[in-house]
Design a protein around this ligand. Structure first.
Ligand code: ADP
Ligand code: MG
Length: 408
């Protein structure tokens, strides 16, 4: 059963009546341009047809049987977690110490409510912060694997943000919503991520990848060739400690930019001739990767636009070598998946995708040869790793959306 139907069913089971709204929020996969967002650089994500859905209904509608004595809450159940997320309204202030914040997945929901209240994104002015947040109850169902690098967290944040803004009657620009969701994840949840995830999730366009300039936040649609499948390979591997490695890479990139005298690595088209004498070996490798990766984003966008999947695939392979050898955030399962994919029929190229070490790889595959690709890839990957990979053959879809459900 699709996630949307499961969300509606779960809503009825949990709340004993029909939902009135359905919010759908896609996963995303990044084709190229990894670890470039916090270097003010370029990336090329695709919003994909694996989605997180929330069926919901406002609870302050007394005529419809709301119980005012029940108080003002956002209350959300998830099929992925037995503990419901319950957020009291108005939400706590944005400077609430971490020890007084919610835990687990509730923190993502609370973070969005907190940032909405703090930002004045909602309609009315002159009211206490958070007064415009409409209480609602919802049920969540999702086909996005958690913690696999397909950004289930951004899908969740954007779904909650769109639910809240829709009920409040406000329609913020997609970039504003993305920034707000990012603040929820960075400042409230405490995960240091760039804006790529949220922009890709909210800004998705059917049939297109999105070239994102992370400095100007300009989003340019890049058409995907009709015969090309984007195959996400979940390697089945997961890693802890990704957060500290992410912080390390960020610091190393900042150190490299400082030593090279630029605000961000984005500002360099090539390594200066004397880079090796100005940078320590680690910073040199990080800078070399980021500079080449930014150039690859434009090269892949151009190749896809002219329908040249072979050229795009070669650039993905080059990107994988760079992130493995210079940026050093690949992992054994990711390397095995890329090698097995590229050796399989119909594959133009592949690379790891997401933060690194584990999780997913992405391959560009000829749609006409998908069956042969899968039949060859699966045993080859198993032979290399002893693990079963899960393949998601994906299409590019629209970003987070809200639909009014027909009256029961
Ligand atoms: P990723 O974004 O790569 O999937 P993250 O660690 O950034 O991984 O985010 C995963 C977290 O997002 C989960 O641990 C959970 O807290 C929250 N989350 C995402 N989807 C759901 C869901 N369907 N139900 C409950 N929580 C979810
Ligand atoms: Mg995430």
């Amino acid at each position: 059963m699709p996630a949307a139907a499961r969300a509606v069913r779960a809503f009825v089971a949990a709340h004993g009546r029909e939902p009135t709204l359905l919010v759908r929020s896609p996963a995303r996969v990044n084709l190229i341009g990894e670890h470039t967002d916090y270097n003010d650089g370029l990336c090329l994500p695709v919003a994909i047809d694996r989605e997180l859905c929330i069926a919901l209904r406002r609870t302050d509608d007394v005529a419809a049987g709301a119980d005012p004595a029940a108080g003002a809450h956002l209350r959300l159940v998830s099929e992925q977690d037995p503990t419901p997320a319950v957020i009291e309204l108005p939400p706590p202030p944005a400077d609430t110490p971490p020890s007084a914040r919610a835990t687990g997945w509730t923190r993502y929901v609370q973070g969005v409510a907190v940032q909405l209240a703090a930002s004045g994104q909602l309609a009315a002015s002159g009211q206490p912060a958070g007064a415009d947040l409409v209480p609602w109850q919802g049920a969540l169902a999702s086909d996005i694997p958690l913690g696999a690098g397909l950004s289930s967290s951004a899908a969740l944040e954007l779904a909650v943000a769109v639910a809240c803004t829709h009920l409040a009657g406000s329609v913020p620009a997609p970039t504003e919503l993305a920034r707000l969701a990012q603040r929820a994840e960075n400042a409230w949840v405490g995960a240091a991520t760039g804006l790529l995830d949220q922009l890709a999730c909210v800004g998705g366009i059917a049939g297109h990848a999105l070239r994102i300039d992370c400095r100007t936040l300009t989003v340019t649609p890049v058409p995907l060739p009709a015969g090309l499948a984007v195959v996400v390979i979940d390697t089945g591997s997961r890693r802890e400690l990704v957060t500290s490695a992410y912080a390390d890479r960020r610091a190393e990139c900042e150190r490299a930019a400082r030593a090279l005298g630029v605000p961000a690595l984005r500002d360099l088209d090539a390594l200066p001739a004397d880079a090796a004498s100005r940078l320590d070996p680690v910073a040199l490798r990080r800078a070399r990767f980021v500079i080449a990766e930014n150039a690859r984003v434009d090269a892949v966008a151009e190749a896809l636009t002219r329908g040249d999947a072979e050229a795009a695939g070669r650039l993905l392979l080059a990107g994988h070598r760079g992130i493995r050898d210079d940026f050093e955030v690949s992992g054994p399962e990711l390397d095995a998946a890329v090698a097995a994919a590229y050796a399989a029929p119909g594959c133009f190229g592949a690379r790891m995708t997401g933060g690194g070490f584990a999780g997913c790889a992405v391959a560009l595959v000829d749609r006409a040869r998908l069956e042969a690709f899968t039949e060859t890839f699966e045993p080859a990957y198993f032979a290399r790793t002893g693990r079963e990979a899960v393949l998601h053959v994906c299409s590019a879809v629209a970003g987070t959306s809200v639909t009014v459900l027909p009256d029961e």
